[in-house]
Structure formats: structure tokens, C-alpha cells
Write a protein that binds this ligand. Structure first.
Ligand SMILES: [Zn+2]
Ligand SMILES: [Zn+2]
Length: 302
């Protein structure tokens, strides 16, 4: 099993700590033998739109390069935070009383993580006009934070499931990023304690089978790709048994007709293929082949 595309690569324009330049990504991807290379910086809310504009400018400055693509990783956000951000009403995100601990962020760069109404309406903060104007060729949808939900396994699993289904029912989403990833700390007190011991990987085993089945069903019928995220499958942070548990679930999705995409989720150099070769190894072990992978529709003919 040889991976031929990496569509989840963050550039130095991304709002987080990513540091790779576009020429570096292109050159490294070519050295790794990748046919399709796609950059996909974060858009948590429209607050990050200037980053995407800069990435687009740098992308265009490189000229037309076959199979080098301009994508985006959008976060499932809430209408509440997007409305606040549109009004530049950021006060509530600076300090929030989280279980008696002040949780401080410096800017709403990651969206407004706390203080909103639990279970409120979800929102993807981009318009078709933005997509057309910026020449966005594909969109990866990711759950990156809860919808102001109690930080405990059951409500957090329900929340992640809800957000996932919301994105899979959105026409412009092409790829589901790292399914369920992040539950291991959002469902615990880790954000408060910052103790590694509080990270709970067992939460993944608590996801009801019907949630796996429904997500697989939506991926298949709505023709979205499920991502094999290099950061997850290369066991950089996840225990091996969790990786194998996920592989069994991915086999179930494959049975339902789901097609897959690979993304290393590069955030910093080097882009050396370490995650890719580890992921290839486990894919091979579970009988995945090139035929199980596909490109988002807009990339197929480019
Ligand atoms: Zn992500
Ligand atoms: Zn990412």
C-alpha cells in the first residue's frame, strides 16, 4: 500500500504554530513521491480569513503547478461564536471561569472556546463567495472543540458525533478530518490540570457502535472521504491498541463503501515521510489498497 496524496498540510500562514513554507512543502512532497499535494490551513472562524488570504497569495505567486492544490481545514464552529466574532465582541473569550479555574486565551484565534450556550446551533464560517474568491479546491472538516459541553465522556461523545454529522451533511465538505480525535482530552479535566495522566484514551471505547455506523453511513451516502490522519495512525500520541481499535472501525467503514484520504497534518518541519510510512505499514496490515483511496471530486480532473 503506497500513499500517493497528502491533502492535509499546514503552512506557515496557518493560525497555529505551523512553520513550513509553501515551496518547502511542495519540494518535500515531491521528494516523498506524492502525486497530489494539498495545503489546508485552519479556518476556525472568519477571524482566520486573513491567514487564508495570505496563503492564497503565496500559492498563486508560485505559478500553476500540476497537482499542487489549495485546500482548507474548517472547524465546526457555533453560530454563537461566529456572531460574536463578526461583531468583534471578544471579551468573553479572554477569561472564562472553567470549573473554578480562570481559563485565559489571548485572542479568539481558535474561536471562542468557552462561555456559549451548550448544544446551540453549529456553523461553518465560510460562504460560497469565499470559496470561489479564494479558489479553494477542497475542504476538510474537523471537530476541534466542543459546543460548550460538559467535559465528561458521554456528553462529549454526543457533541463530537453531532458536529461530525453536521459536517457530513454539508455539501462543501469533502473530507472528514481525524474522526473523534481530541476526545481523549476534551472529555477530561486535562485542560485544567495539564497532567498527561488525565488524558483518557479509553473514551474511544465508549463511542456507541451506532455512532460509528451512522458516521460511516453518512460518509458513504454523501460521498465524503474519511481521513487517515498521519498524526493519529503513526502513533505519535495514541497508544497502539487505540490505533488497532480504529483500524477495525475503518475496516467496517470500508465495508460500507467509504473511501479514504491521507493527511499527515503537518504542522512543523521536517516533512520527512515518517508518519506516512508508519501509516502505510498499518494500512497494509489491514488489507487497505490504493483502490480504497480517492480524491475530492474537484481535484480529480485538475
Ligand atoms: Zn484538525
Ligand atoms: Zn490540521
Amino acid at each position: 500500500m503506497k500513499i500517493s496524496s497528502d491533502l492535509h498540510l499546514h503552512t506557515h500562514c496557518s493560525c497555529d504554530s505551523a512553520n513550513a513554507t509553501l515551496p518547502y512543502i511542495l519540494e518535500s512532497g515531491r521528494k516523498l513521491g506524492l502525486k497530489h499535494i494539498g495545503i489546508s490551513d485552519h479556518l476556525h472562524t472568519a477571524f482566520n480569513m486573513p491567514d487564508i488570504e495570505i496563503a492564497r497569495k503565496e500559492f498563486l505567486e508560485m505559478g500553476k503547478i500540476p497537482n499542487f492544490h489549495f485546500g482548507l481545514e474548517i472547524t465546526c464552529a457555533t453560530r454563537w461564536e461566529c456572531e460574536k466574532i463578526a461583531k468583534r465582541d471578544f471579551a468573553s473569550c479572554f477569561t472564562y471561569n472553567l470549573k473554578g479555574h480562570p481559563f485565559q486565551t489571548m485572542t479568539p484565534i481558535d474561536g471562542i472556546m468557552f462561555g456559549g450556550p451548550a448544544g446551540g446551533p453549529l456553523y461553518l464560517d465560510i460562504t460560497q463567495e469565499d470559496i470561489d474568491r479564494l479558489g479553494i479546491e477542497y475542504i476538510i472538516g474537523g471537530v476541534h472543540k466542543p459546543n460548550y459541553t460538559e467535559m465528561a465522556p458521554k456528553p462529549m461523545i454526543d457533541d463530537f458525533f453531532n458536529q461530525t454529522c453536521f459536517m457530513l451533511n454539508t455539501p462543501f465538505i469533502d473530507i472528514l478530518a481525524h474522526p473523534w480525535d481530541g476526545l481523549e482530552f476534551w472529555s477530561t479535566d486535562y485542560l485544567i490540570t495539564k497532567k498527561t495522566a488525565d488524558i483518557n484514551f479509553d473514551v474511544y471505547y465508549m463511542i456507541p457502535q451506532e455512532y460509528w455506523d451512522e458516521v460511516g453511513h453518512l460518509l458513504a451516502v454523501n460521498h465524503k472521504l474519511a481521513e487517515f490522519n498521519g498524526g493519529f495512525y503513526a502513533m505519535v500520541k495514541h497508544p497502539e491498541k487505540v490505533v488497532h481499535f480504529f483500524m477495525e472501525k475503518m475496516c467496517e467503514w470500508r465495508e460500507k463503501g467509504v473511501k479514504f484520504s491521507y493527511g499527515s497534518d503537518l504542522h512543523s518541519e521536517p516533512m520527512d515521510g515518517f508518519k506516512m510510512s508508519k501509516t502505510e505499514k498499518i494500512l497494509t496490515e489491514y488489507g487497505f489498497t490504493e483502490d480504497d483511496f480517492a480524491l475530492p471530486p474537484r481535484l480529480k480532473n485538475s
